[in-house]
Write a protein that binds this ligand. Structure first.
Ligand SMILES: [Mg+2]
Length: 277
């Protein structure tokens, strides 16, 4: 198993909100206020097996029962692009029911730039009815701002209204599921409460194609309408500022755009879960 350096255990960075301890620490400063996108690994972003695969994208040596075994990993098409695109608009969290000794080195290869802020493993799942459930209320984020992308309905059993189901992936090189989901997620990132949309667009643990189209069309319409309104407001402010302000004064709205402040970074930006070893 590769050596893991400079990693901070999730439990060390747990925050106490009231009396309850949550799985995630604070958001990175640059991501403060964003919605949280929780991503599953197996059959959502990758497919792994102990059976040798000729075209494996990643080969991971993992110690199991005192023996080093190789895990062959196939990476779903468009994963790199998906992570990069989602990293611009969400706080990213990997939540897998697999063991950290497999998932942690895998993520080092899959996400060398550490776009994902936190990694959560099997020990962070809730064992319920003989299955590992990812209880999103334990994250410590407002539930209206949390979306999980997972191929297994069991994983989001407790909060289906926060789930964007992904079709299970094994090896199809022509799969475009992540692109489809990315389009929906981009729109969801602008919603006040993601659950309101998910309740409509997701039916029986699947994206309903008709509702998906209706939502994308309506949200495009809403976005264009609000952009038009923004342009009208800006134009009228510029016009009135030009009339009322002294020649050396900038209109207020332009000054505001240049003065955007972000909170100071006061916490480590990366935190990983603890190893089972
Ligand atoms: Mg899975």
């Amino acid at each position: 198993m590769p050596q893991v350096n400079n990693l901070i255990q999730v439990q060390e960075s747990n925050q106490n909100y009231g009396t309850q301890s949550y799985l995630l620490g604070p958001q990175r400063a640059a991501e403060a206020g964003r919605k949280t996108l929780v991503l599953d690994l197996d059959e959502t972003l990758v497919h792994s097996s102990f059976k040798p695969v000729e075209n494996a994208d990643i080969m991971l040596p993992v110690e199991i029962d005192g023996q080093i075994c190789t895990i062959y990993v196939l990476v779903r098409p468009f994963v790199a692009q998906f992570l990069k695109q989602m990293h611009k608009i969400f706080e990213l969290v990997i939540f897998t029911a697999s063991l950290s000794k497999y998932a942690e080195p895998l993520m080092q290869t899959l996400d060398p730039q550490k776009m994902c802020s936190y990694l959560l493993f099997r020990e962070h799942c809730t064992f319920f009815s003989n299955a590992y459930v990812k209880d999103l209320t334990r994250l410590g984020r407002p539930m209206k701002d949390v979306i999980i992308v997972d191929n297994s309905p069991t994983a989001y059993l407790f909060q289906p209204e926060n789930a964007m189901p992904a079709v299970s992936w094994y090896d199809d090189p022509n799969d475009t599921e992540l692109n489809r989901i990315a389009t929906l997620l981009e729109r969801l990132s602008l919603e006040d409460d993601v659950r309101k949309v998910i309740r409509t667009v997701i039916q029986n643990n699947k994206i309903d194609p008709r509702q998906e189209q209706l939502y994308l069309a309506s949200s495009t319409h809403r976005r264009e309408k609000s952009q038009r309104a923004d342009r009208r407001t800006k134009h009228s402010k510029l016009t009135s500022s030009n009339v009322q302000a002294a020649p050396d004064q900038q209109p207020l709205n332009i000054q505001k755009m240049h003065n955007k402040q972000y909170p100071q970074e006061n916490q480590p930006s990366i935190a990983f879960g603890h190893d089972l070893n």
